[in-house]
Write a protein that binds this ligand. Structure first.
Ligand SMILES: [Zn+2]
Length: 101
């Protein structure tokens, strides 16, 4: 008995050993699960951090415009956008630090 797990081929659904580099049925390349998880995690980090930065930028613009001559509601929206952006950015940083030590 080996410890390799069977994983379905993403192209044809044939059960393929996770140690195999490609599907024996159709030749579709099989990515190691660990690499896939790391790629998905880093993509999630980038998406959350990018969203956080965009929220901070948009919130700062609203905040500054509202403080000038704009409606007071804009200041409140701007402050909330900045707070949410900082929280999202911070959560992504903490998550990355937690996973990678
Ligand atoms: Zn296949």
């Amino acid at each position: 008995m080996t410890s390799t797990e069977l994983t379905p081929c993403p192209a044809c659904g044939h059960s393929v050993s996770s140690a195999a580099r490609s599907c024996p049925e159709c030749g579709h390349p099989i990515a190691p699960p660990s690499v896939q998880t790391i790629e998905q995690t880093s993509k999630w980090h980038k998406a959350v951090m990018l969203t956080g930065v965009l929220f901070i930028l948009a919130g700062t613009v609203l905040w500054v415009r509202g403080c000038g001559s704009g409606p007071v509601a804009l200041v409140g929206w701007g402050q909330w956008l900045v707070i949410i952006g900082i929280l999202a950015y911070g959560a992504a940083r903490v998550h990355a630090w937690w996973r990678h030590g």
